[in-house]
Design a protein around this ligand. Structure first.
Ligand code: ADP
Ligand code: MG
Length: 704
């Protein structure tokens, strides 16, 4: 592609601000942008005009259909396509699209998870246009981002609470800004940049592995002789086939206005990362979902398969997603940018302390927001952030925080100059803080990076929790400050006191050390930080009194909606593990055990042949005997483990309510799966490769 074309291509399939400005009557454009910027409700009168303009534009882009695109609680997106055509007299049709069709859609929602919110006989579900997320054309269809709710108005998706949480944080942040004398800001938005990790695997190998096909991850596999220990993949040269995939991916994403910016190799072999430029949270969520969809789609065009699973392979790094988050005003001011002299930047320090308190007070909810079976393999493993939530601030900010708590004078960190001692290499200014890669929640200069997210997850819920928790703290702080000012107290000392008290009360959440270390596990326990190891423990938090109160206070999720979500999380946990257990049973019984038997027979035949040639001298068949006896033992152990797993799976599935079932899967099925994997992986190292029925780790990871 010629580089000249990129600016033209970028966003060419998006009904974005430029398109709206040029295609809508001035008054309508103004009304619509107001709706978007201020988070207001749309006037139905303008919806017709917008719908018509959208349709004309979409038809020019080759669209014949439209769809309300939504994010049900399945974790993936859903869509139902309708044609624009509308019959008129004389067997003719016109292309039509009304405001009503734009604003509201009706769908038979009964096949989407509702966590008991809707019985199948009450199948009606509604989709409602979200004007704040741009519509776009993809595959001849106009996609309209929507929220999805039940007939009775309960949210059945991830977008509804997200939009509610964005309103909540805006409203509370505005109260704080007013106290600082800001009279011009009218909306505060959260921005998100989601860095996406993924693996690529050759399609030919993928198709030979039922575990990859059904579960997206390997359930068996002995380590390859070479993993990631040489550290030669990270930022290493990109293979041509992968580069071709990345180029096409970039191009498709650019058309949709997704600013895919950085592509590089990651730590594990065949692992890569894509970082986009950040966007308003609701758009960032849509864009990340589209990015994942296109990764899968485009990989196939290059005879590759994109694995978005958190842990496709044991023994090498898994994939996560870094949720870079910050708060900015409609005037473009980043409220978590410390500026040149952070110690004097009271507004920054107040927002910083609010975020610290929010993360500390709602650490278990943040943990919950990243909990699902795929991510259970990462969190607490020695590669991803631990299951314990803590915050890294960097040396400079931590120094400031300490100086405030201890009432010490603080001297500004001067940004040092980096001089490599090579005259031709320019000197440059060092960042005032180094990176900490093990922290789950790190301050990275002018944004916070929540790193516990898994690579396959919808990023909405972590942001819902973050936005709502910060909104709650800002609201408490605003109450306090408004009270003080109302009583005639001076503002500056009142703010200073809040900052100091907050930092003092919540400093336990700050940790700059190595988050993977055993010492930290012990230290975190001493500090009373929660350590929810698996999804099952984590989702209990959703319906605690504290959570219900938080979400109810800002109308983000009702207690009924929370209970439904908890139910869905538990059900999903059991379903995923059941599929994995069934896949293991299938692979072991129908592929692996018979293959080992065949190899044993082969060894037996070899031994017999030797006996004939060597006149029955048994000393020559020592190797065959050894191997046959070891493999027979292991294969029998695998057979027994299959039976145990089958039994455990059956018992777990009928353990009772959703919680009991999930607990049984965690406590019985997970260990039974590990017990089956062990003998199989050992046999893989003993059986001749032509007999082994599965592509090995070495092949999958090193031959793309
Ligand atoms: P790093 O290299 O430290 O991870 P980058 O500057 O490359 O940082 O940014 C990583 C991600 O953070 C990118 O997706 C970027 O768009 C995003 N990001 C940068 N600034 C912000 C911000 N103010 N709000 C949200 N995300 C941001
Ligand atoms: Mg990063």
């Amino acid at each position: 592609m010629s580089t000249k074309k990129i600016p033209e291509l970028f966003g060419s399939m998006v009904f974005n601000d430029d398109v709206m400005r040029s295609r809508l009557p001035k008054e309508v454009y103004k009304a619509l942008t107001k709706t978007i910027e201020k988070g207001r409700t749309i006037d139905p009168a303008i919806a017709d005009v917008v719908a018509n303009a959208m349709k004309d534009w979409a038809i020019e882009k080759g669209a014949t259909h439209y769809t309300h695109w939504f994010q049900p609680l399945t974790g993936v997106t859903a869509e139902k396509h309708d044609a624009f055509i509308s019959p008129i007299a004389g067997d003719r049709v016109v292309m039509e699209f009304s405001g009503k069709e734009l604003i509201k859609g009706e769908t038979d929602g009964s096949s989407f998870p509702s966590g008991g919110l809707r019985a199948t006989f009450e199948a009606r579900g509604y989709t409602a246009w979200d004007p704040a997320s741009y519509a776009f054309v993809k595959d001849g269809t106009l996609y309209i981002p929507t929220a999805f709710c039940s007939y009775t108005g309960e949210a059945l998706d991830t977008k509804t609470p997200l939009l509610r949480s964005m309103d909540a944080i805006s409203e509370q942040a505005l109260r704080i800004l007013r106290l600082f004398g800001d009279t011009t800001t009218t909306r505060v938005t959260t921005t998100v940049g989601a860095e996406q990790e993924y693996f690529l695997v050759n399609k030919e190998y993928f198709e030979k592995r039922k575990d990859l096909i059904y579960c997206g991850r390997t359930l068996f596999g002995a380590p390859a002789p070479k993993g990631q220990e040489m550290e030669d993949h990270y930022f290493g040269p990109i293979k041509p086939k992968v580069a071709a995939f990345m180029d096409e991916l970039d191009e498709e994403l650019w058309k949709l206005g997704i600013n895919a910016k950085t592509e590089h190799n990651e730590a594990a072999p065949a692992q890569h990362e894509l970082a986009p430029i950040y966007a308003t949270t609701n758009m960032a969520v849509d864009q990340n979902l589209l990015t994942m969809e296109y990764m899968r789609l485009i990989a196939e065009r290059h005879d590759l398969v994109c694995l978005l699973h958190e842990k496709p392979y044991a023994g090498v790094n898994g994939s996560g997603k870094h949720n870079n988050w910050s708060l900015s005003t409609d005037g473009g001011k980043n409220l978590v940018d410390p500026g040149k002299t952070p110690r004097e930047n009271t507004r920054f320090l107040l927002f910083l302390s609010a975020i610290i308190r929010a993360v500390d007070e709602y650490q278990d909810l943040l943990r919950m927001s990243v909990a699902y079976p795929g991510n259970d393999h990462r969190l607490g493993g020695f590669e991803a952030p631990p299951a314990i939530i803590s915050m890294f601030l960097g040396e400079e900010i931590e120094d400031i925080v300490d100086s405030i708590i201890d009432e010490r004078t603080y001297t500004d960190h001067k940004a040092a100059t980096m001089n490599l001692g090579i005259p031709s290499v320019p000197t440059f200014r060092k960042d005032t803080t180094d990176r900490n890669r093990t922290s789950p929640f790190a301050f990275t200069g002018n944004k916070f990076e929540f790193r516990s997210l898994g690579s396959s997850q919808n990023i909405a819920m972590p942001n819902v929790v973050l936005n709502t928790a910060v909104a709650k703290v800002l609201s408490d702080m605003a109450d306090q400050l408004e009270g003080a000012v109302g009583r005639g107290e001076a503002f500056a000392p009142a703010v200073a006191a809040i900052i100091k008290d907050t930092l003092t009360a919540h400093k336990r959440i700050i940790y700059n050390g190595n988050g993977y270390s055993q010492e930290w596990m012990a230290e975190a326990a001493r500090r009373g930080l929660s350590n929810l190891r698996t999804t099952v423990e984590s989702c209990e938090v959703l319906t605690s009194e504290k959570s219900v109160e938080l979400f109810a206070r800002f109308g983000v999720l009702s207690s009924v909606e929370l209970r439904a979500r908890q139910e869905i999380m538990l059900e999903n946990y059991a379903k995923v593990l059941n599929i994995e257990a069934q896949t293991m049973i299938l692979m072991a019984t129908r592929q692996i055990i018979p293959a080992v038997e065949a190899y044993i027979i082969h060894l037996g035949q070899a031994a017999k042949a030797k006996m004939e040639i060597l006149d029955g001298d048994r000393s020559y068949i020592r190797m065959e005997k050894d191997l046959v006896s070891r493999l027979s033992e292991l294969n029998a152990a695998a057979y027994d483990a299959v039976n145990t797993l089958r039994q455990a799976d059956r018992e777990a599935s009928s353990a009772g309510n959703a919680l009991a079932v999930a607990v049984a899967f965690r406590d019985k099925v997970v260990p039974a799966m590990a017990a089956l994997r062990a003998p199989v992986d050992e046999m893989e190292t003993l059986v001749a490769s032509e007999y082994w029925p599965l592509p090995t780790y070495g092949e999958i990871m090193h031959k793309q």
